[in-house]
Design a protein around this ligand. Structure first.
Ligand code: ADP
Length: 161
């Protein structure tokens, strides 16, 4: 039987427990996931792509079902290159819907056989975003409930505390 694979793209700047929940749920539906870190310098990320990939790999341990990769062009070009035409995305509140709807439709326009699959977050993490984690951590707030331990340590090192 062929393995069902999906690409889970995002900034992951940094990986949060919300992302991890989507990965765990995604693995109930797909046999393999490619977690793909978007290299987006114009977003002025806190962590480099290499750091973000290392944090994801560190949090997941040695799970043979998950590949951690990065891409720096259009998602549809990356999808074509990988030969995986299913994209996994997470939905939090209604506010995510409009943005995700736009991206999914644009991607489908660019690559008609691309399918986007959405997984809904659990109530524990619907308010967690990487941006909020960065902001709270930058100002010294405790984000330990929202990120895995290795990401908490990386934030501490980055922010020198
Ligand atoms: P963010 O910076 O908003 O966390 P990313 O680009 O890293 O965003 O997110 C990648 C994908 O993961 C998006 O589909 C986003 O909606 C989803 N996602 C991020 N955080 C969560 C969460 N807490 N629950 C569900 N989905 C999430």
């Amino acid at each position: 039987m062929t393995k069902r694979t999906a690409i889970y793209p995002g900034s992951f700047d940094p990986l949060t427990n919300g992302h991890l929940a989507i990965i765990q749920r995604g693995l109930k539906v797909f046999d393999r996931l490619v977690v793909a870190v978007a290299n987006n310098p114009e977003k002025r990320p806190m962590f480099t792509v290499t750091e973000r990939k290392a944090m994801i790999a560190g949090a997941l341990g040695d799970d043979p079902r998950v590949e951690v990769d990065s891409f720096d062009a259009l998602l549809v070009d990356y999808v074509r290159k990988k030969g995986v035409h299913t994209v996994l995305r997470g939905l939090r509140a209604v506010s995510d819907f409009e943005y995700e709807f736009q991206i999914a439709n644009m991607n489908r326009h660019l690559l008609p056989d691309l399918e986007s699959v959405f997984v809904m977050t659990g109530e524990d993490y619907f308010f967690v975003s990487a941006r909020l984690v960065r902001e709270v951590a930058t100002f010294g707030g405790d984000v330990s409930a929202f990120v895995p331990p290795n990401v908490l340590a990386a934030l501490g090192r980055k922010l020198k505390r």
